[in-house]
Design a protein around this ligand. Sequence first.
Ligand code: ACM
Length: 266
Amino acid sequence: MKIGFFQFNPDFGQKERNLEKVNSVLREVRDALLVLPEFFSTGYQFIDMREVEEFSEEIPNGPTTSALIEIAKTNNLYIVGGLPEKSDRGYYNSAVMVGPEGLIGVYRKTHLFFEEKLFFKPGDTGFHVWQTEVGKVGVMICFDWFFPESARVLALKGAEIIAHPSNLVLPWCPQAMLVRCLENRVYGITCNRIGVEERKTPPLRYIGQSQIVSPEGSLLYRASEEDEELYLMDLDPSSAKDKNLNPYNNVFDDRRPSYYGVLMGG
Ligand code: ACM
């Protein structure tokens, strides 16, 4: 199987058009794990709660998850992509993982960024890792990268690949993810969007640079800051199982959790 991402510029509120675009690109891809941006079918810059209510969807029956499931079944794909989720408990910034078998799981963003806090509830799913044909895939969303605990928890739960749907506006994530992957010895696929949204002040300029990083912290591929791009590469994730740095150091076994109590609020 291949792994990769589709970096593009979703139009705010144009769900049908965005889904058709993703569908037309994914139609040409088979046997792959593919990551899409955060909020890829709706756009990101919500102005008020009325818009959040209008564009959020139930999972799995809303149009975004349904469309992903259909193409995943037809083309033997695993797809991770972000959408605003409407649930009985409120609205969440969520990502779904779908595969040839249908919906595999939902992750609700743990660490909300900026004005997301006006509209969405902090995620309550915790971090999940799902087995796929490509390997064990864990999911975090965009600003989760700022908290090293996110990638650490996913890696400790067995993730070999971290799928990371994003709408990045801060400049640091692409370089920071090299360290996240190195310290956890995992692959990382960050799929960011491109373009500018100026629906209110401040305008949001998305930094592109979707990328794939190895467990050695090497940049295997980085997309441009401005261009739409589908990128796929062959990958054997088994090297992410090896947490040894040398005969003396294993990055998991060498941890000293008894000295990390403050991390648990202790
Ligand atoms: C972000 O979390 N969308 C920056």
